[in-house]
Write a protein that binds this ligand. Structure first.
Ligand code: PHE
Length: 342
């Protein structure tokens, strides 16, 4: 046994002396201490020895193992010191490599900003399903099945189970599906909800992408009136776009608000006078209005006691009015040259 151990150590010494880098050292480690190492094979032989011989043999192997470990560690630290000595000098005055720091996507930045502005007015951020029942997306909003007003929402229908009351499922074409859901969730006003979600419509051009984001506001309480709605927009506009932009309400029609408006903001180039970009001096932000009594009833809220307003605007559109993006599809092309500008 002693002789065998001696031989193993001698061979290991040779191997270690020839090692020139740390990778080859890893290999040697496996050869010396792994399952198929000579040392391991020798250990297995102990069982063939007589009872009297075994302790002595065990001691010899242990001793050899310790010796091998020491040799190995010595070689390793020698190699490390050698490699370090090759790096002769470090120029501490040389300019460092700057790490590129990323930032949130423009849409995420806008979402954070919008939530912060509305939270100052007491609106709470809520989320609802982005695949929702027809009833929440249309019917509860006073758009019965087959009503032509639905055409404007160029909806993606999906294969889904049919529910006798709720109908089939759609990819939400607007965030207004959250209106009745919020009324059902809170059961009783006051309601101050802001809902930001992905929406889907079958359209694509410079100002539309099939997936986009909307933010929807809903406020329901006693004695809510149109000046409250206008005041909310003025607060948002001043905070999001700056103090020089004005908003106006233009009569419009939505089935789920009465009266309904389209909200416009003064063009930032001509400040409302009219220019080649905007023509009239105003740019359209999105829809709004006083919540229709039928929608309140669908949410089990008594329209004789409560009134409310709602609005829903596209985030991409709102961003493009602040940062003059010529084509909103750029937002989703993941082109770093575009994204890093913001
Ligand atoms: N949901 C409407 C749209 O997508 C916007 C809207 C929301 C209008 C709330 C009125 C009230 O165009």
């Amino acid at each position: 046994m002693d002789k065998d151990a001696e031989k193993i150590i001698k061979e290991a010494q040779e191997k270690l002396e020839n090692a020139t880098d740390l990778e080859s050292l890893d290999q040697i480690y496996i050869e010396l201490f792994g399952k198929n190492s000579d040392l391991n094979k020798l250990t297995k032989k102990i069982s063939n020895l007589s009872k009297e011989q075994r302790p002595k043999a065990g001691q010899a192997i242990n001793k050899a193992k310790k010796r091998l470990e020491k040799l190995f560690e010595e070689t390793k630290s020698k190699l490390i010191t050698y490699h370090l000595s090759l790096i002769t000098s470090v120029d501490v005055s040389a300019p460092g490599k700057k790490t590129e720091i990323g930032h949130l996507h423009l849409v995420s930045q806008a979402i954070e900003e919008i939530v912060e502005i509305f939270s100052k007015l007491g609106f709470f951020l809520q989320s609802y399903p982005e695949i929702d029942w027809d009833w929440y997306a249309f019917e509860s909003l006073n758009m019965p099945k087959g009503h032509p007003a639905r055409d404007e929402w160029e909806t993606f229908f999906i294969k889904s189970p049919f529910h006798p009351k709720l109908g089939s499922q759609v990819l939400t074409p607007h965030t207004s599906n959250g209106q009745v859901r919020e009324m059902q969730r809170l059961k009783k006003p006051p309601i101050r909800m802001i809902n930001i979600a992905r929406c889907y419509r079958r359209q694509i051009d410079v100002s539309h992408t099939p997936m986009f984001h909307q933010f929807e506001g809903l406020l329901i309480d006693k004695k809510v009136s149109i000046p409250d709605l206008k005041g909310t927009f003025d607060f948002f506009t001043a905070n999001f776009f700056g103090p020089n932009r004005q908003t106006r309400l233009r009569p419009h029609h939505f089935r789920f608000t009465e009266p309904s408006f389209e909200v416009d903001i003064t063009c930032d180039i001509c400040e409302g006078i009219g220019c080649r970009m905007c023509k009239s001096g105003w740019l359209e932000l999105g829809g709004a209005g006083m919540v229709h009594p039928k929608v309140l009833s669908a949410g089990n809220i008594d329209p004789n006691v409560y009134t409310g307003f709602a609005f829903g605007w596209g985030i991409e559109r709102t961003i493009s009015m602040k940062t003059k993006i010529p084509d909103i599809r750029l937002l989703y092309q993941s082109d770093i040259r575009f994204l890093e500008q913001f």
